[in-house]
Design a protein around this ligand. Structure first.
Ligand code: T1G
Length: 693
């Protein structure tokens, strides 16, 4: 959490050291300023180097400090940068591995910049709903030029150091020692004067207004609800039109505005939540993980094929098992077709396609998969079928293999009990399409070994998935919550809304797709099967019958050409269907309900707060480890709007007392018994606390 100070000959070396990425928190900033002052006070020192320990120069400002007093406490990042820039001795930034955000801004305040090739250089603040707030918008254009700087700042994407020669005074050989090479460079320039300052340069871009106007229009069209991208354009623009110090003031003002926005807080919440999700309190970070060098997938259907692709994409060989050659051939053909469509879109090279298909083998015999390090079953969602599969796997799989089930609703503990090795059994619930959706619910059975859980979490990162740990319950986290959401959607139809109004309200709130379009996409018959099971097992849970009536009309959704809506070949648009709407209106009459006009606000509150309320119950029962895990499930698996941070984060921004007031209002209405406020919500609201504490 500091910055080390050493002197090599006549060169002082200050090494930022705040693992894991040298985030420039208050302690590190203070130590770095002290280091520069110490070097300035030492007559034997002729030049100063700033570099980073470990696997980064610096990942930027310490975002863990944001919205806390430390973030603005002196010495601020601005003060550190000004200390370097105003130094009477040359300051050289020696960059390697990662140099992002405030780290790059610090280097821009230095007189010289040297680097190893392969370093990731970025100003990614826009991805956190911010803009570079320590001079990046004013200095980077002065070094790279207006257009390249604007592209880097608005995209936030990293560029490799060797692709930015204008940024560096020297780029060393890949195998060079960054400190030694930087010291040698510093000795060369130690007496060079005047000291070059980026702030003294000018941004020269003829006809910049036309370019900036074009940039505004383009960025406005693509930034949706996020204010930061356009703020980036406006702030970079003043690097051309304003004097440096005025530009810095403008940047400061716009940064302080953005850091208070809900959108930025939501993005920062999502950034940390994704990383926190892989931490399990009773599974230490150094828990040994099993080596996963090969996989087997049982079932070559849509899910099995998608799951197999995840392993192939990660370079892990897969043996795909089916019961019939025809099903196997179809599954493999689908995998190839998916890769070929990525190839056509330029998202995949032919070489990669061949490499991935080369890792795929297939078999009809369980005897040929026994050596796989992990096997994932994606067979029909029926306990009897799962039992047969797991008893067979128990027979054939080598000792230490992980036996994973892709079940989306069945009891993982029951499935584990079909084997003599329940400690090796875990749920890996992929979301369809499995090769696209980022979410992976990792379902921990009561016997699942800690090393198996740690392995699944590490594997989810390798598969580029967001792994979220869930306990065993019906529907785990995501589907259990979406069931309450769907119940409210059905009740709204009985009371007076129609599918199109509900979907439009949900999509205006920011959902990628409203509940009825989502049902038509996933297949209304899936929910129908679950409700039929519920009617027997849990008759106390009521549902609107509208969805059942729809299925009885054979309208399962897109797969049957129509569901809540009609669809035309090759057209994704959903067209309202008169018979369906007539059925809904008639059903209200059959229930003796006088239909009423329902506001979009009520629709959104009932859909979103049903998620929040069920999420609070899930939290209370320990099914989810933390509220931010629930947010990650909804942000990465259910199309919840990112700029609202997830259902639990959203509830915190609305205020839990307001959420509860709305729930108690709806609990007095139609099917009000569905709203039993979660005790945790009541408790936190009473204590003035948040779900995401
Ligand atoms: N501050 C604090 N912690 C950070 C951090 C940061 N800037 N960046 C990463 N971490 C933590 C992260 O939470 C995780 O913690 C660990 O480091 C490893 O991260 C004024 C205002 C740098 C490319 O946006 O893009 O400067 O879970 O798993 O895959 O203009 O982290 O281990 O406890 O991602 O090797 C701008 C964000 C800040 C960079 C490394 N900088 N970070 O990736 O590891 S705002 C960023 C990243 C700013 C100034 C503005 C990546 C990485 P834990 P990781 P990685």
């Amino acid at each position: 959490m500091t910055a080390e100070y050493q002197v090599h000959g006549a060169v002082a070396v200050i090494t930022l050291n705040n693992p894991p990425v040298n985030g420039m928190g208050l302690v590190t900033r203070t130590a770095a300023v002290k280091g520069i002052q110490q070097a300035l006070a030492d007559d034997a020192v002729k030049a100063i180097i700033i570099t980073g320990a470990g696997k980064a120069f610096s990942g930027g400002a310490d975002i863990k400090e944001f919205n806390t007093p430390k973030a603005l406490q002196e010495p601020s990042l601005h003060t550190l940068i000004a200390t370097a820039e105003s130094s009477t001795k040359p300051v050289v930034a020696a960059i390697h591995t990662v140099c992002m955000g405030g780290g790059l801004e610090l280097s821009l305040g230095c007189h010289y910049r040297v680097a190893l090739p392969g370093a990731q250089i970025a100003l990614p603040e826009v991805k956190l709903g911010l803009l570079p707030g320590a001079g990046g918008t004013q200095r980077l254009p002065r070094v790279l030029g207006l257009e390249p700087a604007l592209n880097m700042i608005v995209s936030g994407n990293p560029v490799l150091s060797e692709k930015l020669p204008a940024l560096f005074d020297e780029i060393f050989a890949a195998d060079a020692d960054i400190v030694q090479s930087a010291v040698a460079f510093a000795e060369k320039i130690a007496d060079a004067r005047p000291l070059p300052k980026v702030r003294d340069r000018k941004v020269d871009y003829p006809n910049h207004e036309a370019f900036l106007q074009f940039s505004r229009n383009t960025v406005k069209a693509m930034s949706g609800p996020f204010p930061a991208p356009l703020e980036c354009v406006e702030t970079v623009a003043v690097s051309v039109t304003m004097k440096f110090d005025d530009g810095m003031k403008f940047e400061r003002e716009r940064f302080l505005h953005l850091i208070q926005t809900t959108e930025s807080k939501a993005l920062r919440h999502a950034f940390f939540s994704e990383r926190t999700a892989s931490k399990v309190p009773d599974v230490p970070a150094d828990t040994p993980v099993r080596s996963i060098k090969s996989a087997a997938v049982i079932g070559a259907g849509m899910m099995g094929g998608g799951i197999a692709m995840n392993f192939l994409n990660a370079g892990i060989p897969v043996k795909l098992l089916e019961t019939k050659q025809e099903a196997l051939d179809k599954g493999i053909a689908t995998i190839r077709k998916n890769y070929e469509s990525s190839l056509k879109k330029g998202k995949l090279t032919q070489e990669k396609l061949d490499q991935r298909m080369g890792l795929l083998t297939s078999t009809l015999s369980y005897d040929e998969i026994g050596q796989a390090d992990i096997v994932v079953e994606a067979v029909f969602e029926e306990l009897g079928v799962k039992e047969a599969v797991f008893r067979k796997l128990d027979e054939v799989m080598k000792s230490g293999a992980i036996l994973a089930t892709n079940t989306s609703t069945l009891d993982v503990d029951k499935i584990a009990a079909f084997t003599k090795r329940p400690q090796d059994v875990i749920g890996t619930h992929f979301f369809s399409p499995a090769n696209v959706m980022k979410l992976l619910e990792i379902v921990r059975g009561k016997e699942t070994g800690k090393d198996v859980l740690a392995t699944a979490l590490a594997l989810s990162k390798k598969l580029k998935k967001t792994g979220v740990v869930s306990g065993v319950c019906d529907g785990f986290i995501g589907n259990r919550m979406i069931e309450q959401y769907s119940r409210q959607a059905g009740f709204l139809l009985e009371e007076g809304a129609l599918p199109e109004q509900v979907d439009k309200a949900a999509e205006k709130f920011g959902f990628a797709m409203g509940p009825f379009r989502m049902g038509d996409l996933a297949g209304n018959d899936i929910g129908w099967a679950i409700r039929k099971r519920r009617y027997v097992e849990k008759p106390e849970i009521t549902y609107s019958k509208t969805a059942d009536l729809l299925c009885e009309m054979g309208r399962y959704g897109q797969k049957t050409g129509g569901g809540w809506y009609d669809y035309k070949a090759g057209d994704r648009k959903a067209y309202p269907n008169e018979q369906v709407n007539a059925m809904i209106v008639q059903h209200s009459a059959d229930l003796g309900i006088t239909r009423r006009k329902i506001s979009d606000e009520e629709i959104v509150e009932r859909l979103v707060y049903s998620l929040v309320n069920e999420g609070a119950l899930i939290l209370e029962e320990g099914i989810a480890l933390r509220a931010s895990d629930i947010d990650m499930v909804y942000l990465t698996g259910y199309g919840f709007p990112l700029y609202r941070g997830g259902p639990m984060f959203y509830a915190d921004t609305v205020g839990l007392p307001n959420v509860l007031a709305a729930i108690s209002k709806y609990a007095k209405g139609h099917q009000g018994q569905a709203w039993q406020p979660a005790p945790l919500l009541l408790k936190l609201a009473a204590e003035g606390k948040l779900l995401n504490n």
